[in-house]
Design a protein around this ligand. Structure first.
Ligand SMILES: O=C(O)c1cc(=O)[nH]c(=O)n1[C@@H]1O[C@H](COP(=O)(O)O)[C@@H](O)[C@H]1O
Length: 266
């Protein structure tokens, strides 16, 4: 089954478009969890137990797992999320020459969707795009301040680079498996992109810790009700400093965000 059909069902089941970002920064994980063999896994398990009823997906960012213990923690996390019937969107922002990217695309055997970088062009994404079951979220207009450095550059046609990326992504969507990443810190761009590519679901990060616009994220991020609004630190570290009670605060934060976003859903 196509990822966006599965996501549609998941959104209906939990009545939520919240993507819970699993970015378990070791320096912020509660002290008592450092006694475990894999503190990041111990942390994520508790976060998943507390938040899965509000999560449309979990989005682990690969940067927080790129060491031997991290890979094990990630593997356990993915299996545990799946055990709770929650799809996993791996935020890996990958792409490379074809021969290399074919190896990256193997990741799609264990996760449901991935974020990819369009900078190297179509062939660098082809192995991801060819996977009809997986979701492929292409970075388009990112939430960070430096996103403007390249993505806002004007082409000879007058359109900014990010609009060209959106047009290409639409073209590459032969398997109905493509979405765009557009930051909630960029509401005007969100609105323009929604008009430009009405059928592509967006992953909208940047609400919560980055202060993005939750209303715009919902109003423009969803295509036919399907899309994701991500918060990572705002949910997983909501209970920072509360010791063993931390996961309850995460549950409340996930629920609050779900309810807030649901106010804006049609
Ligand atoms: O691809 C992403 O998810 C992403 C794109 C973007 O433009 N901005 C952005 O913040 N992200 C990711 O979304 C998450 C945001 O985390 P918080 O700021 O803690 O909610 C991090 O994992 C970022 O790497």
């Amino acid at each position: 089954m196509n990822f966006f059909d599965r996501l549609h069902d998941r959104i209906r089941t939990v009545d939520s478009v919240v993507s819970v970002g699993l970015d378990p920064d070791l320096s912020r994980i509660p002290d008592h969890l450092h006694e475990y063999d894999l503190p990041r896994w111990a942390f994520n398990r508790r976060i998943i137990d507390a938040t899965h009823e509000h999560a449309a997906v979990y989005k682990p960012n690969a940067a927080f797992y790129e060491d031997p213990d991290g890979w094990r923690a990630l593997e356990e996390t993915i299996a545990y999320a799946h055990g709770k019937n929650v799809p996993v969107l791996l935020d890996a922002k990958r792409a490379d020459i074809g021969n290399t990217t074919r190896q990256y695309a193997e990741m799609l055997e264990t996760v449901d969707a991935i974020t990819v970088n369009p900078y190297m062009g179509r062939d660098s994404l082809q192995p991801f795009l060819a996977d009809e079951e997986a979701g492929v979220f292409i970075l388009c207009r990112t939430s960070n301040p430096g996103g403007a450095d390249i993505q806002d550059l004007e082409l000879e046609t007058g359109e900014p680079v990010y609009e060209r990326v959106a047009a290409l992504a639409d073209l590459w969507n032969e398997n109905d498996n493509v979405g765009l990443v557009v930051g909630a810190t960029k509401p005007e761009e969100l609105e323009a992109l929604r008009e430009q590519v009405p059928d592509l679901p967006f992953l909208v990060p940047g609400v919560g810790a980055q202060g993005g616009d939750a209303e715009a994220a919902v109003e423009y991020g969803l295509a036919d009700g399907v899309g994701l609004v991500n918060s990572s630190r705002g949910i997983i570290f909501a209970g920072e400093g509360q010791g063993e009670q931390f996961a309850q605060a995460s549950e409340q934060a996930a629920k609050r965000l779900k309810n807030r976003l649901n106010q804006y859903r049609a």
